[in-house]
Ligand binder design. Structure first.
Ligand SMILES: NC(=O)c1ccc[n+]([C@@H]2O[C@H](COP(=O)([O-])OP(=O)(O)OC[C@H]3O[C@@H](n4cnc5c(N)ncnc54)[C@H](OP(=O)(O)O)[C@@H]3O)[C@@H](O)[C@H]2O)c1
Length: 291
């Protein structure tokens, strides 16, 4: 199979490219290769290409930047998605768009299913929601896979930052009143594999995250506990609690509760994702190094 990956230089895109590269021919596009802001760049790179599946992992992901750059966010996260989906449809290729838990308003107190209406409260969330709509409007075969709190070895994220901080200082704190369930990129590559190969042909929305739920504080504390268990020289052993309202530098509103239900994923693949704690443990033990 030939699999094209847009955003192959990012945290998720790089993990997917590596995971599928052994078995399939992967054609990766980094930001330097292809600029989603320019329709010409999309057309020139993708139109001449022959592939079975295209996965778009690229996005303008900085939530606060998007809040003050609406036109750019809409262009990259929505309009460009439509252009990619249309080229794929013309080639009879499957299009997989990666989306986010930020399409939800966070008002629920139980996990969001794929049937829950998306109602974003930020420009980033709305631009990604529109991207979802565009992808699904072009073809029912297309898949929109929502991920959350993504972590993995290809680009530092919250876990790496908190482990760095905990090695440097006794003072470590994280938000304790915002809940979700993280997505480990290495796991996401495996969950997505049958959809990429066509073994599972269902299109539509799909939630991809590890099991359970946590606050940023729980997430950080568990990463530190794993590092302590692995013998790391940690100074900040206990993560203090911050409130979302303490984050005065946040420009965009953040949804408070965005745990994604993985029942649909488990039903389609026959396997429930492992819990976030197990995935974080695997990541810290096998992919991270003490400073
Ligand atoms: N990170 C999270 O916690 C999270 C949570 C929920 C959903 N998601 C979604 O998951 C997907 C993958 O995110 P990630 O965590 O892998 O983020 P990432 O590491 O920031 O990857 C995004 C990639 O998109 C590229 N990009 C940005 N603007 C572009 C443009 N105009 N044209 C082409 N490429 C461009 C970036 O390149 P440069 O860095 O070189 O600009 C980067 O390689 C995205 O769709 C994101 O919305 C992420």
């Amino acid at each position: 199979m030939r699999v094209a990956i847009v955003g192959s230089g990012g945290r998720l895109g790089a993990a997917l490219a590596r995971a599928y590269g052994g078995e399939h021919e992967v054609i990766g596009f980094t930001h330097a290769d292809l600029d989603l802001a320019a329709a010409d760049s999309i057309r020139e790179n993708i139109q001449p290409l022959d592939f079975d599946t295209l996965i778009n992992c690229a996005a303008l992901t900085n939530v606060d930047y998007c809040e003050t750059h609406e036109a750019e966010a809409m262009r990259i996260n929505a309009e460009a998605v439509c252009e990619l989906a249309e080229i794929c449809a013309g080639k009879n290729a499957r299009f997989i768009q990666i989306s986010t838990d930020y399409v939800f308003d966070g008002e629920k107190a139980t996990p969001y299913s794929e049937d829950d209406p998306a109602k974003a409260i930020s420009i980033y969330g709305e631009s990604k929601r529109l991207g979802e709509e565009e992808a699904l409007a072009v073809s029912k075969r297309n898949l929109v896979a929502r991920v959350a709190w993504v972590f993995g070895p290809d680009r530092p994220s919250f876990i790496d930052l908190i482990l760095k901080r905990a090695q440097e200082s006794e003072e470590v704190a994280a938000i304790s009143d915002k809940m979700s369930a993280p997505t480990f990129t290495i796991d996401a590559a495996e969950w997505l594999r049958p959809f990429v190969t066509g073994e599972i042909s269902d299109g539509g929305l799909l939630h991809l995250c590890n099991g359970g739920e946590c606050s940023w504080r729980d997430y950080g504390q568990h990463a530190i506990d794993c590092a302590l268990a692995a013998g790391w020289p940690i100074k900040g052993k206990s993560v203090g609690a911050l409130a979302l309202t303490d984050m005065k530098n946040f420009v965009a509103r953040r949804p408070v509760y965005t745990v994604l239900s993985t029942e649909k994923l488990a039903g389609l693949t026959g396997q429930a994702p492992r819990n976030w704690q197990e995935a974080v443990d695997d990541y810290v033990r096998n992919y991270c190094k003490a400073q």
